[in-house]
Design a protein around this ligand. Sequence first.
Ligand SMILES: [Zn+2]
Length: 362
Amino acid sequence: MIHEEDFQLIKHLTEIQGCVGNETRIREYILNHVKTYCDKTEIDKIGNLICYLNGKKDTSTSKPKILLDAHMDEIGFMVRYIDKNGFIRFAALGGQNMRILPGQTVIIHSSSGKDIIGVIGEKALHLISKEERKKVSSIEDLFIDIGLSSDKEVKEHVSIGDYITLKQECHPFINHERIFAKALDNRLSCFVLIKLIKEFASLRNELDKDLIFLFAVQEEIGVRGSTVGAYKLNPDLAIVLDVTHAIDYPGVSKDKYQECYLGCGAAIVIGPNLDPKMTRMLINVARDEKIPFVLEAEPRPTPTDARAIQMTKSGIPCALIEIPLRYMHTNIETFEYKDALHVIKLIKLFLLKERDVMKLNG
Ligand SMILES: [Zn+2]
């Protein structure tokens, strides 16, 4: 059962709006949450939040610098055009699933600072021909209705380029073990980083590494925040956190994809994008400490910040740990609480136990 304090943190992290290019609110929330635990925090020019947490004071050797990265942006939309009857046409920011959009409630974050509620309308079923019913609407066919009747009225509140996010509350399912929300991709990993910051703030004396936590912007349109962040920080090693597909629901074949389900623990990714020795160390820690995990093979550059970080400057060894998630890129993304706890434990023990991480660079 999820602890109430953790649930409230995840609820805030997922309900706060922060789509690609408009991460101000979520960044402020995370910063306020962690700043008292860190040695230093900063916001870089692209909008990344960087939090520094130094290990034990030891002047004899220089400690390795480990980057822990999670993107904090979510997918969203932008206002593209307002027609004369006051209907708003919009463009997708990131990989939106058009099949679930009609009928959704949205919030337009107007440049005037107001949040305006709207709905994504669609023709009533009775008015859709048999042929049309078989097709998925394209985004150009969809529109947002904010309850006004003309472009003049709408333009008093909404401008071209305003950002839009889905409106969705975070809820636990029965038993309070599984939770659904929007933006668990990747606020769930932000939750893990926040928990790690708090834990390591009281474990500094046991830590022989300096930690840098990067809450990156703009992952969903091409890992842009981490590209800039990793270049600036140039760490010795990086651990990237993201979500992965739990495919334990009807209609998806494991033969075709992977072995990953809610409750399986941490998904440790293997592939050319990731450093084999570092990945092996994580697997060993998971085995030794009996932390449940599954392995995930990714033969291509991963669709995560690790893609950019690995190729920064002269190369940064990266590991990628993912949390199983159902229904990715919808407003009902679902995860299991204990998977997040397993990921926290795995990273914590890896950072405390592995004293030889610098050998990786040899
Ligand atoms: Zn995503």
